[in-house]
Design a protein around this ligand. Structure first.
Ligand code: MGD
Ligand code: MGD
Ligand code: SF4
Ligand code: MO
Length: 876
């Protein structure tokens, strides 16, 4: 029960795969009050910055509220008739493989189940793939090779109970912040050691005992060195090894590998291996630095090999843990949302499995072979083999490698349907039909998180306009394609019951995924469903897998897989000398369609950037706030330079988030060649090749406004503020009249303008007012504009006389760049606290300012700032 007396609704955060429980209550103004659910086993009440800011992202401003066909609003009947007819016609004329669905690890299990059933059971093609191909496919393939099925053996409690946690290619502090907080709490309680394996120094390194900055793509060689040493030291668990096969060939492969390709010194490798071998309770957490690689599946198996050889699996505090990215990445794997899977961990290639699913669904045909995986799927769209495409809950025109080619392929497809909550995405703008989906707070269903815990998402807000849940839209299209009985669903509970019953058949085939114990939940029991870890059967609930063997290969034995290091497929060369690494920032979610609506989250890092080593920057004559031109064999981008030794010389890093809507020159997937892992089909997102040069700007600008702006310069990046928007701008051609330019930018032809132009310096300031209130202000200079951005962002909507000076009045505080999103606390405020009160630890800063005491996501950055201020004294 919350403060206002209204009951709180228990639900689940829609962002990362930690799967935090939330308690929600409408705030009466269209938003939500959000707090962590103290009783949820994933987070016990904690939330990160993104979860805490959920209330700021549920407004209707950008929502799509009615179906659209060719940009015109239509009723549902018209839209759905068209979708069903076009899919049916295409299948009748060109066969079932001429159509495809591209879906998402953010769909609810019930949505996903219906999509998969429609494509694999009734359309009769396996051309349904998901953005999980870009995310988890290598983990799935590695699990299947080692365990015989896609099982996550461990649980979150293992993090609490480990003595060593190794983070491989995971920036847990920013991407799974609540798990990271859980790890730090465990370290406090039991002294857990932390090792980070990442070519880049990240926020996750701040709390680490060891950071191994290995060469990109060299993880296999490192874990092969570990396997060889485990064997050499007699540390192989002889009892456990009887449950496996393959150690000998795996050792031979390991011996043949040269650990020096990691770029790590012998002593670094030895220190890591010694720590690993000396610590019985080891958890290895891995994520996209492992999966998103042309050797991703081998990396996964290289890690699993070491756990299998030592029997450190499925026991408290011991095991590999592949952390999932999206909230229902696991659920999607369970329902068989990938093109090479059937439902409930059953195999498409197995005739018995196929037959059983076909009978259960009463389906005409279930395909024999895998469908097209994401990269191949969009190639088939591009060359016309796929003639009708339905994209649901994902934004591939931004997030797929070779994004420009993907964008052109979608635009050129005969018929494209997009289901989204907004029409303002790079992908939705290309569609023939856009269908309005109900958003997170408006729909019911289930998701599965990293550690197999199934949680209920619950509706709390009214469904706006004509929006409908994804499962409902899919089922309606299924019925209109003629499959009335099979898609006769009217509640998510009904879908869940059917799914749970099917999993019982999988259980009879000896599969791990069996939730048949939930097969007869009543509607009210489904509504009240508590978070629970699968399997859920009459015999077994939750727990770990493989402590005593019991693998899912036919002989019951696990596989230690021989793997050999291969360099990333893309090779650097004189024309493209830099290794291009990409990933995430703390406060944005993927293509920003939701997190960018939050002023709080937009304050952390407000524009796309490229991390570049100081030695490279000096050589290329690139200065601190310069813009850089980044080019690859497939595309180009303009990004802000962030010069930092967090990256190694010859390597650069950019975040993946910016889009045509927020910063068109910052769509970094345009730069990435679509090279895939041969086993999993997962594309390489961490090691493509680029060249970098200074972008020669004729002018740089910074603008703040009350309403949306209409920028059109070579470079622009827009972010939300409490008062409206802020934007960074730059152009390569000079502008004659800045007042005219400002009127166009702020779409305010009739506003009153106050302008100062310094023609000699090439600088200008224009403030536009309407009714005495500032509606926009533009500051221009021939070099990156040095101005108090956070202060200026507070001016739109006020009548401040200081706007033209660009400086705050002498008595106004200037917090500087925001570190703590929850309390809006900036770098300057923290430095002041250090200087005035001598606060030298993250705790002391928390006591003095509150910073870092709510969600804690900024604590690593505060620690880094303190570290830089007072190298010896400050500590986390
Ligand atoms: N804030 C935020 N959190 C998120 C998301 C988000 O968009 N924003 N997205 C969610 C999703 S879907 C996912 S998949 C997860 C991803 O979570 P993470 O995988 O933790 O995030 P990334 O930043 O993509 O990549 C992790 C690290 O891999 C490193 N890396 C690159 N190449 C190599 C290599 O060859 N070897 C090793 N060992 N490391 C390498 C990169 O330098 C990077 O620091 O995050 C989830 N959480
Ligand atoms: N360079 C590079 N590229 C990457 C990665 C990387 O590390 N580097 N990571 C990859 C990974 S791991 C991932 S997971 C992908 C993520 O990439 P995407 O899946 O493309 O990104 P999102 O922004 O999450 O897209 C979700 C879309 O669903 C819409 N949406 C929100 N709620 C609903 C709803 O309830 N129903 C429907 N129908 N739509 C909704 C949103 O508005 C948004 O348009 O990116 C991949 N691309
Ligand atoms: S860690 Fe943050 S983003 Fe992930 S589920 Fe929890 S609150 Fe949501
Ligand atoms: Mo992901």
């Amino acid at each position: 029960m919350g403060g206002s007396g209204l009951p709180e609704t228990r639900s689940i955060c829609p962002y990362c795969g930690v799967g935090c429980g939330v308690l929600l209550r409408p705030d009466g103004q269209g938003g939500l009050d959000v707090r962590g659910d103290p009783d949820h086993p994933a987070n016990f009440g904690r939330l990160c910055s993104k979860g805490s800011a959920l209330g700021e992202t549920v407004g209707l401003e950008h929502r799509l509220l009615a179906p659209q066909v060719d940009g015109r609003q239509v009723d549902w009947d018209t839209a759905l008739r068209l979708v069903a007819e076009r899919f049916s016609d295409t299948i009748a004329r060109h066969g079932p493989d001429s159509v495809a669905f591209y879906v998402s690890g953010q769909l609810l299990t019930e949505d996903y189940y219906v999509a998969n059933k429609l494509m694999k059971g009734f359309i009769g093609s396996a051309n349904i793939d998901t953005n999980s191909r870009l995310c988890m496919a290598s983990s799935v393939a590695g699990h299947k090779r080692a365990f015989g099925t896609d099982t996550v053996p461990g649980t979150y409690e293992d993090i609490d109970e480990a003595d060593l946690v190794v983070l491989v290619g995971s920036n847990l502090a920013w991407c799974h912040p609540v798990l990271y907080q859980r790890l730090l709490a465990a370290r406090k309680a039991r002294g857990t050691r932390i090792v980070v394996i990442d070519p880049r120094r990240t926020a996750s390194c701040d709390g680490a005992d060891m950071h191994l900055a290995l060469q990109p793509g060299s993880d296999v060689a490192l874990f092969n060195a570990l396997l060889a040493r485990i064997n050499g030291a007699g540390a192989v668990d002889q009892d456990f090894i009887a449950h496996t096969q393959g150690l000998e060939p795996a050792l031979e492969a390991a011996w043949a590998d040269d650990p020096s390709v990691t770029g790590l010194s012998d002593s670094e490798i030895a220190a890591f291996c010694d720590l690993w071998m000396a610590t019985e309770r080891v958890v290895t957490i891995y994520s996209q630095g492992v999966n998103q690689s042309t050797s991703g599946t081998d990396k996964v198996n290289a890690i699993l090999n070491c756990h299998l050889a030592t029997g450190r699996i499925g026991k408290p505090g011991r095991g590999p843990l592949s952390v999932t990215g999206q909230p229902n990445a696991m659920g999607g794997r369970e329902v068989g949302g990938l093109a090479n899977m059937l439902a409930c961990h059953l195999d498409l290639e197995n005739p018995d499995h196929r037959g059983a699913v076909r009978d259960f669904w009463n389906a005409p045909h279930v395909p024999h072979a895998s469908g097209l995986k994401a990269v191949d799927l969009f190639r088939a769209v591009g060359d016309g083999r796929i003639k009708a495409l339905w994209i649901i809950h994902t934004n591939p025109a931004v997030s797929m490698p070779e994004a420009d080619a993907v964008r052109d392929a979608i635009a050129g497809c005969d018929f494209t349907v997009v289901s989204d909550i907004t029409a303002q995405t790079d992908t939705a703008r290309l569609a023939d039909v856009i269908l309005p989906a109900s958003a997170w707070g408006e729909k019911d269903g289930t998701v599965t998180n990293t550690d197999r815990t199934i949680s209920r998402q619950r509706r709390i807000l009214p469904v706006p306009g004509q929006a409908r849940p994804d499962w409902d839209i899919l089922a309606e299209v299924g019925r209109r394609m003629g499959y009335l009985r099979a898609f006769d669903y009217d509640t998510p509970a009904g879908i869940f019951r059917e799914y749970a019953a099917l999993s019982g058949i999988a259980g009879q085939f000896g599969r791990d995924f069996d939730i048949s114990g939930l097969g007869d939940l009543s509607d009210s029991a489904y509504d009240a469903l508590e978070p629970q870890r699968w399997p859920v059967t009459s015999k077994r609930k939750g727990g770990r897998f493989f402590a005593d063997g019991g693998f899912f290969h036919a002989d019951g034995r696990g596989r230690i897989v021989p793997v050999t290091w291969c360099p990333p497929v893309a090779r650097t060369e004189p024309r493209f000398p830099f290794r291009f690494n990409t990933g995430r920032i703390r406060d944005q979610w993927h293509t920003m369609t939701r997190t960018a609506l939050s002023p709080r989250l937009s304050a952390h890092l407000a524009e796309p950037f490229l991390e570049l080593h100081p030695a490279d920057a000096a050589r290329l004559k690139i200065g601190g706030a310069d813009l850089v031109h980044v080019e690859s064999p497939t595309g180009r981008a303009i990004l802000r330079a962030r010069i930092t030794d967090a990256v190694q010389p010859g390597q650069v890093f950019a975040p993946m988030h910016w889009t045509g809507e927020t910063a068109p020159s910052g769509r970094i997937d345009a730069l990435i060649a679509a090279m895939t892992d041969p086993v999993s089909g997962q594309p390489e997102s961490k090691a493509s090749v680029v060249t970098v040069s200074r972008f020669d700007a004729a002018w740089y600008g910074f603008a703040v406004s009350a309403g949306p702006m209409a920028p059109r310069s070579d470079y622009w990046a827009r972010a939300r503020t409490r008062q409206g928007y802020r934007a960074e701008l730059a152009g390569s051609t000079p502008v004659d009249d800045w007042e005219v330019e400002a009127r166009r930018l702020f779409v305010a032809p009739h506003a009153t303008a106050a302008t100062i132009v310094d023609a000699n310096r090439g600088s200008a300031r224009v403030v536009l007012q309407e009714g005495g209130m500032i509606i926009g202000a533009l500051f221009v200079a021939p070099e990156p504009v040095a101005i108090m951005r956070d202060y200026l962002a507070t001016l739109p909507g006020t009548d401040s006389p200081d706007a033209l000076t660009g400086r705050p009045p002498a008595d106004a505080p200037n917090p500087g760049p925001i570190l703590c999103s929850c309390f809006g606390i900036g770098v300057n405020t923290i430095i002041d606290a250090v200087e005035t009160s001598g606060a030298l630890s993250v705790e002391a800063i928390g006591e003095a300012l509150g910073a870092g005491t709510n969600c804690g996501s900024c604590r690593p950055e505060i620690a880094e700032l303190l570290h830089n201020l007072t190298p010896r004294e400050a500590a986390e």
